[in-house]
Design a binder for this molecule. Structure first.
Ligand SMILES: Cc1cc2nc3c(=O)[nH]c(=O)nc-3n(C[C@H](O)[C@H](O)[C@H](O)COP(=O)(O)OP(=O)(O)OC[C@H]3O[C@@H](n4cnc5c(N)ncnc54)[C@H](O)[C@@H]3O)c2cc1C
Length: 466
């Protein structure tokens, strides 16, 4: 055992299983301190995630306490300033896992170099991914830009790996505190308490995540291929926030899926979605410009329109298109939105309203509990048509037909738009066609802010300009 204190830098790894850095720290040191660096500016536009983060920290702290490990939260403006000060000490060794985002990986390089120069014991481990970014490349060594060949290669590469021996976390001899001026997890909570509803729906904790995963594999994965399209039912796993914050490692998900004796179409489809997450991480690391601007440069000339009235109506779920409005209200109320509806509301913003995808990306970033830079920018650019392997811009979702196809009875719409609860199936996705004294458009529900056919033609004309 090493006499020095073992520090574990906690980032998106709120778990014991497959938390390689933390496991290593407890195997090498009798005393371990886990620390989280809270950078306010990172979370300044991720309000919903402040709730998930705060709860994850409190829950993880309790679990770590049982193992005589303390969790300390340090507020800092800069990782560099924090580490420059920490590295004046020499009484510790440090461990952490990768986060597959360019800024984190760049900082890792800086940190690895100075730790080496100062002769401080350290080790960085694989993060929450199936493969390392550099492991999946085309035959000529260049990165994949198309999903299907990427996933074919990535899936094969991962399934042929010899799984490392599973190691478990160890209990420490006694608990120690290390950092000064730490803050409480409650300090991170958003100022406004709109998030109270989240508490009724989510439980940001590893054990809970594992139960949800097992339940999904047992009950829903077989029908996932079909079920995932319908927002009125729980057809998907709803594991995304747990994956983002690392309560679940994607390898654990893989293991649980292949444990099932017969691999169904549902299982393959589900693992393909995990593949999209891997693809998005590969993209942002090979093409980091896409985190801030269009992956496809030709979209830099797209004639986006600024229209705060339209943008606000979209955010509030008051566009007059029920499926769009239901999605936006689900997002605000629960911190999550069904994938099909994310595509519909996204398409509506960039194509019907001609508003830059960056506005949608920003709003999602603030409201999604599962917000991840890779999947959010890639998702938005997929919808807008400017991403890698994206939906072509000229394929414009019709919000009425989408509603009628994927929410046939209007159950999803009625759940989120109580003002439409008495409408029949015939009118639920086009309430403007209803002529009934009891229901008045403009009073009970907004008029559509744009007309679908006109907006579609306008979008196609705008696209012609690029
Ligand atoms: C405009 C837009 C923005 C998005 N922003 C995000 C985001 O910030 N964070 C995020 O995790 N996902 C994002 N997605 C992808 C997808 O909508 C969510 O991952 C999914 O809805 C989460 O629900 P689930 O856990 O039930 O998914 P499931 O269908 O059960 O899928 C399992 C897991 O696979 C991954 N996954 C599924 N679909 C996708 C996808 N299309 N792209 C990448 N990974 C996927 C997620 O980790 C998900 O938890 C976005 C999609 C769009 C269209």
């Amino acid at each position: 055992m090493n006499k020095k204190i073992g520090l574990f830098w906690l980032r998106d790894d709120f778990r014991f299983i497959k938390n390689h850095g933390l496991i290593e720290a407890t195997s090498k040191h009798n005393q371990v301190v886990v620390f989280y660096l809270y950078k306010k500016d990172i979370y300044s536009d991720q309000e919903a995630q402040k709730w998930w983060l705060s709860k994850s920290l409190s829950n993880f702290k309790k679990k770590l306490n049982e193992l005589n490990i303390s969790l300390e939260i340090v507020e800092t403006h800069s990782f560099k300033i924090f580490f420059d000060s920490l590295l004046k000490k020499k009484d510790f060794a440090i461990y952490w896992n990768k986060v597959y985002e360019p800024d984190y990986l760049k900082f890792d390089e800086y940190l690895l170099k100075i730790l080496k120069n100062k002769n401080i014991i350290h080790k960085r481990f694989k993060g929450n991914a199936l493969n390392e970014i550099h492991e999946v490349k085309k035959g000529d060594g260049t990165p994949f830009k198309v999903f299907t060949p990427f996933w074919r290669t990535a899936e094969k590469f991962f399934s042929e790996k010899i799984p490392p021996k599973e190691r478990a976390i160890k209990k420490c001899i006694n608990k120690k505190n290390y950092f000064k001026n730490c803050i409480n997890a409650e300090k991170i909570l958003p100022k406004k308490d709109w998030f109270k509803n989240f508490e009724k729906i989510w439980c940001p904790d590893e054990l809970h995540a594992l139960k949800e995963l097992q339940n999904f594999v047992k009950e829903r994965i077989t029908n996932y291929s079909e079920g995932r399209n319908f927002p009125n039912i729980v057809g998907t796993s709803k594991l995304s926030p747990f994956i983002k914050f690392g309560q679940l490692h994607v390898e654990t998900i893989w293991d649980e899926c292949i444990k099932k004796k017969s691999k169904t179409i549902g299982t393959s489809k589900f693992l393909t979605e995990i593949g999209w997450r891997e693809f998005n991480h590969s993209l942002i690391n090979h093409f980091p410009h896409m985190l801030k601007s269009n992956y496809s440069k030709k979209f830099d000339k797209f004639p986006w329109q600024k229209n705060s009235k339209f943008l606000n109506a979209w955010k509030k779920g008051l566009t007059g298109y029920p499926i769009v409005d239901a999605g936006m209200r689900e997002l605000y109320s629960t911190g999550w939105m069904h994938n099909r509806v994310r595509m519909i509301v996204g398409s509506f913003l960039v194509k019907h309203l001609l508003i830059n995808w960056k506005e949608g990306e920003k709003y999602f970033r603030n409201c999604l509990l599962d917000y991840s830079p890779a999947s959010n920018v890639a998702g938005w650019q997929w919808v807008a048509g400017c991403g890698a392997d994206a939906a072509p811009y000229f394929r414009i979702f019709n919000p009425i037909l989408q509603g009628e196809k994927f929410d046939k009875e209007g159950e999803y719409v009625k759940r989120w738009l109580p003002e439409l609860k008495d409408l029949s199936k015939k009118f639920i996705h086009k309430p403007w066609e209803l002529k009934d004294e009891k229901f008045k458009l403009g009073r009970d529900y907004p008029y559509p802010i744009v007309k679908h056919e006109e907006a579609r033609l306008k979008a196609l004309n705008a696209f012609k300009k690029i």
